[in-house]
Ligand binder design. Structure first.
Ligand SMILES: O=C(O)CCC(=O)C(=O)O
Ligand SMILES: [Fe+2]
Length: 323
């Protein structure tokens, strides 16, 4: 059964944008091609689907790209298993879906030859003589939420994994919003939350100089707490790395933020992905949070390559007195 019919509130979502119009002949060909090439299987009740039958190293036609986009908007997290990709393949696939982030503000983790490719590793690795530090993202967040162009998609491809552990969890922010009471929805409708790169505990473990440099490049940014997804038109909670609510003092905002982050990540809104080498995951940051669980032998290497796509400009840098 389909998630949409099981979850009435989601039924009321406006229909997602349809793939581009094509003539009848081409349309028959596309249907035939898609039936044999794109197989989609749901992985979780809340979100997540596996897509097989497509080789992401090959150039993809506009119809396949449109079909992937439609599946991505519907299922929020897509897993394409068995994709052994070079950084060039990863970039070529990713840029079919939007503008690549060139990681200008965080080059330390970029591939030495390909700035838009980030290397996510639990411990330092050397790639072509560049040392890439380890980074563990064990906090609920949506990528680049602390920027003026928060990420639309993140595309992550597993290269080396611990034998056991190291899953990534995803939470559906449409469901989190829909499950709130009408009175609470009304109360938060026009609030703005301050997204802050310094919120995760790991930030405080960085050296003061590194903290200052990251802070200077990434000042806190205010965004709507309830965001309307620009492609589906549905409302989603925009929480995660939040340090305040514009116009509220800390005594007021902290309990609210704690409640919303707890609520947004209830078990029933979550899909937990158990990785296999060469999985490629593509998720929608506009309606999902994610969390990388560091439950594996510290001596094992967990290495993934990643591209992320820049979203439309949104939000603003609040003056420090406004929260
Ligand atoms: O390591 C992971 O599974 C996810 C890392 C992460 O937060 C990201 O790539 O945005
Ligand atoms: Fe992330």
């Amino acid at each position: 059964m389909d998630a949409v019919s099981l979850f009435p509130a989601l039924d009321q979502r406006p229909k997602i944008r349809q793939p581009m119009q094509v003539d009848k002949q081409t349309s028959r060909e596309i249907r035939g091609e898609l039936m044999t090439r794109l197989n989609i299987r749901r992985l979780g009740y809340a979100l997540g689907a596996e897509v097989t039958g497509v080789d992401l190293r090959q150039p993809l036609g506009v119809e396949i790209v449109a079909a992937i986009r439609q599946a991505w908007l519907k299922h929020i997290v897509l897993c394409f298993p068995g994709q052994e990709l070079t950084p060039e393949h990863l970039m070529a696939f990713s840029e079919r879906f939007g503008d690549l982030d060139d990681n200008r503000f965080s080059q330390a983790l970029s591939h030495p030859d390909h700035a838009p490719v980030f290397l996510i590793s639990n411990s330092p690795v050397n790639i072509k003589e560049k040392r890439i530090d380890g980074a563990v993202n064990d906090h609920w967040h949506s990528d680049l939420s602390f920027s003026l162009r928060p990420s639309t998609a993140t595309i992550l491809n597993a290269q080396q994994l611990p034998e056991i552990g190291g899953d990534t969890m995803f939470a559906n922010m449409y469901m989190a919003y829909d499950a709130l009471s009408p009175a609470f929805k009304e109360a938060i409708e026009s609030l703005e939350a301050v997204h802050d790169v310094a919120v995760p505990k790991a930030f405080s473990t960085l050296s003061p100089a590194t903290q200052a440099s990251i802070r200077q490049k990434n000042p806190p940014v205010a965004h709507q707490l309830v965001r309307v997804h620009p492609e589906t038109g549905a409302k989603a909670l925009n929480v995660g790395r939040i340090s305040g609510i514009v116009g509220m003092n800390g005594d007021e905002s902290k309990p609210l933020i704690d409640f919303m982050n707890r609520h947004a990540t209830r078990y029933e809104f979550i899909y937990r992905h158990r990785w296999s080498v060469n999985d490629l995951l593509m998720w929608d940051n506009r309606c999902a949070l994610h969390y990388a669980i560091p439950d594996y032998e510290p001596t094992c290497v967990r290495l993934l390559q990643r591209c992320s796509l820049l979203g439309e400009r949104s939000g603003y840098i609040p003056s420090s007195s406004s929260n």
